[in-house]
Every structure is written in C-alpha cells, then in structure tokens.
Design a protein around this ligand. Sequence first.
Ligand SMILES: Nc1ncnc2c1ncn2[C@@H]1O[C@H](COP(=O)(O)OP(=O)(O)OP(=O)(O)O)[C@@H](O)[C@H]1O
Length: 583
Amino acid sequence: MKVFLQLMWYFKQEKWRYLGGISMLAFVSLGLLVPPKVVGLIVDHIEEGTMTEAMLWKYGALLISIAIGIYVLRYIWRILIFGAAVKLAMLLRNRLYEHFTKKSQEFYHKRRVGDLMAHSTNDLQAIQQTAGDGVLTLVDSLMMGGFTLIAMASTISWKLTLVSLLPLPIMAWATNKYGTMLHKRFHSAQEAFSTLNDKVQESISGTRVIKAFGQEKDDIDSFTKLSRDAVKKNLAVARIDSLFDPTISLIIGFSFFLAVGYGSVLVTRDELTIGELVSFTSYLGLLIWPMLAFGWLFNIVERGRASYDRVETLLAVKEEIENTGSIESIPQGDISFQLKKFSYASGSTILQEIYFTLKHGQTLGIVGKTGSGKTTLCKLLLREFDLNKGDITLDDHDICDYQLNALRAAIGYVPQDHFLFSATIAENIAFAKVNAAFSEIKEAAVLASIHKDISQFKYGYETVVGERGVTLSGGQKQRISIARALITNPEILILDDSLSAVDAKTEESILQHLKVKRQNQTTIITAHRLSSIAHCDLILVLENGTIAQRGTHNSLVHEDGWYKETYERQALETLISEGGVIK
Ligand SMILES: Nc1ncnc2c1ncn2[C@@H]1O[C@H](COP(=O)(O)OP(=O)(O)OP(=O)(O)O)[C@@H](O)[C@H]1O
C-alpha cells in the first residue's frame, strides 16, 4: 500500500474530489445494507402471516428509492474519483514530457527511446488505475466490508458472523503472497514491454537500412523473440492475476457453507429466525465484492507501485547541465576558447589545449579527420555538456554565466544528423520562429538555396514531409535544416558538416548568400570538403582533439601538413570529376 503514501501529495491536491467521491461511496455502501434487511423482514412477516398489502407497498417503495439513490451516487463518485485519476495521469505525462525536453544529449545517449515511450504510456496507465480503481477498491472493500460486518454482527448474530469469517485469514495470507509475486513479475513484464517498444521504434526508423541489407528475416526473428519474451512475462503476470478470483471465490464459498450450516443450527435452537438467516446470507453475498475488491486492490497497487517507482526514478534524474547563469541578455561578441581538456563522462579525453579567439562577425572553419572532435567543439559552445569555469567565454563572460535559453537563442545550430518534423516545409523552417511571416520563411529558404526546389513541389511550402522527411532527398533536408537555423538570424550560426550532401555549385551559392547576409555575425562551419571553409577568417585543423594547424586558407595551403595534403587531393578529385586529365 506504499504507493498510496507516495501519491499522498496528489490526494491532498485533489482532496475535495476524493473526499466527495469517498462520501458518496459510503452512502452507497450504507444504502446497500437496506435491501437484505428488508427482504429478511418480509420473509419473517410472510412466515408469521402478518404481511399486509400496505406493508408490501411500503417496502417496495423503500427498495425502489434506495435503488435510484444508489444509481445517482454511483454515477457521481465515478466522475469524481476516475476523473481525478485521469487528471493525475495527465499531470505526470506533462511532467515527464517537460523533463524529457530539458534533458541533455547525454541523457538520451544513455536511454532507449522505447523505454521512455513505455514510461509515458503503460506506466502512467498503471498509476492512473491506482489513483482510480485502487482508491475505489481500498475504500469500498474497507467501507462496504466494514459496514456489512457491523450490520451482520449487530443486527443479526455476532456468533454466526464470527463463524462465517473463519476462512478470512487464509485469504489475507494468499492475497499478500500473490501481491509480492505480482510486483516482481509486473516489473519484469514492463521491462519486456519497454524493450519491445524500443525494437519497434528502431526497426521502423531503420527500415531502409534493414531492407537495403536484406535483413528483414533476421529483424522479424529478433522481433518475434522479444515479442515472445514479452508474452511470456505477461503470461506470468496473468497466471498470478488468475489466482486471485478463484481463491477469493473459494473462500467465500466456504464462508457460505459455514453460514448456512451454523445458521441452520441457530434457527433450530430458536436463536435466529428464518428471515434473519436469509438477511445474513444476503449480507454475506454483499461481502463478495469487498473481498474481490481486496484481491484486486493488491493487484492494482502492486502494478501501480512498480510503475510509480519507474516514473519517479526517471523524474529524479538530475539536470546534467546546471542552469545557474544570471545573464538574461542574448550574448553577442567575441568567442574565446581557453579549453585545457574535455572528455565525455564515459571515456577518454576528446579535446585538449583548444586555445583560440574568434572576433565578433568573423567566420571560423573547423576541419580535420573524422572523429577529431569538430562536432564536440561545437556542442561545447551550445553547452550540451558541462565545462569548467573559463573554458569558453562569449563577449568576455563565461558561457556558464548566461542563462541557457539566452545562450542558445544566440546560436543557430544545424546538426550533422538533421531532423525534420512530420509537418509542412513552412512549419519546419519556421520551427524556431512560429509566427514568422511567409516572406521570412521564403527569405530563409532562398538563403539556404532550397526555395527553387520547394517551388517545384506540387504543394510548395505546404508540402508535408513524412517522419524524418523521407519524401525529400538528403541535400534537400539538409538545406531545409539550414533555412530553419537562418530564419532566426542568429548571432552565431553553426553549420556542422551541413553542406556535405549538396553539390559544389549549391554549396558555393549558399556560402555566397551567407557572406552577404551575415557580414556582422559570427559563423562557424565544420566540414570535410575544404571548399566549404576556404573563405573563413580563421581555420582550425583538428587532429586527435588538438589544434594541429591554424591560419587562413592562403597560409595553410603553403604550410606542410594535413590541410595542404587534403587540399591537393580534393583539387585533384574535383579535376577528375570535371573531366580533367592527369598526366
Ligand atoms: N556523447 C558522446 N559520448 C562519448 N563519446 C563521444 C560522444 N560523442 C562523440 N564522442 C567521441 O568523441 C570523439 C570526437 O567525436 P566528434 O563527433 O566530435 O568528431 P568529429 O570530428 O565531428 O567527427 P566527424 O567528422 O566524423 O563528424 C569521437 O571519438 C567520438 O567517438
């Protein structure tokens, strides 16, 4: 029952709903006690020959009014209690969603999407059930059961009540045992569901790769394996689930047997009338629901606890990036890296001795072998990972002194793995500026050299791109991502290998547009093709996380090293691709 304590904050928050619902439940429970008593009285009157028509009408009217009253009250408590439970699920869903949106890249690297989806669906459903059905079964089993027992013991016979309840301790023992088993099994069933969810998500996202490598059969096999595992674990839950009802029914049957047997003895001894025995067995019938409810209660709260624990653990994951900076204004100025060393939490040093200054309005080019640390350097500027004081300053302030929102508002980042939402092209471009006018959207598209392509689509800017933009080519998606960053006219634009999927001519046109449009704004470009960064004011060549060379294009092509070698190789490749002849 620990989960009820864990949810106490919510019960307090919604106390009027719950108190209202519980009061109605109490009235219903009391109302239900009347019919058995009335039936007993009628039986006794008939047996004694004292029944009159007027009495029959009176009892009939009483039973009908109670039935109508119970009908209305049941409707209202359902709205109150189940309504509160739905609200709790919504509240937790919103909290989770907000939590997800605040989490850093590291958080997502460590977790599986399917698992996070399972938290937001299955787990919340189990918690909702606890706050709804759980409260109902707890209150109803205690109140309905308590009132019925009091009625049986005080108005009929306490001795008969005691005898009929003899099998109850067995039920308490059994439900407790089943509850413990259920908790463990439910936990593992939820884990299996998460894994299955993750598999479906990954397979759908990676369907093109699966098909391209002809791995459909293997993929289906591995899905089937996971699906079987989930079924097996859910069946293990169902097996315990299925034990609850038969156990309770058996125990209730035994109670009936004792009640009728011992009750008959009391009737023959004139300690009980037949009408009272009829009322007593009806009351015993009324105990079936509270006992079943008690069994379900264990079932529901054990599921709820497992799910609440999972959600709590997730919500307790602390922010890796502290947002304690106080500067609210959007930074604008020189960027200075005085980074001695940076390593990801999981591994060895990735960047070291990165010392350089980029004047406001200059363009920085970062090149180097794959894995040399180019993307990491850009992400550090975005504060996707935490740093030491003084590692990076922007406009003479440590970047940690800026509020995260302010810092990120200054930066337009086009990541390597661009992502388009399932929305129209216009909505994708205006993502960071929802109220942008069409002219602004178009201007950004023109700058990113994608306007012509969009105009050729049947629905133009209203073309809906599928999930991850599957209907567009890689180069088109890349340029829409660039337009998305340009529409906010950011102080600092970072193009992280964002020109890799466009041809040389388009690249040249985009760079030309940027040169004109962003004369007084800072731009950082990482690339493999040197033509993307040749115009930069400063070029850094990274090698194994350190700056191996620095300078401008003109200086670097005259300096022995990676830059010169790469430049000559790429010039030769261009010559060949354009039909040149090597002698
Ligand atoms: N989140 C992470 N956790 C741990 N290591 C990481 C993480 N991201 C990148 N790395 C490692 O950091 C190193 C530098 O990666 P980074 O992506 O910065 O290189 P890059 O120069 O941008 O490469 P590419 O040109 O291929 O994009 C690589 O060895 C990579 O495996």
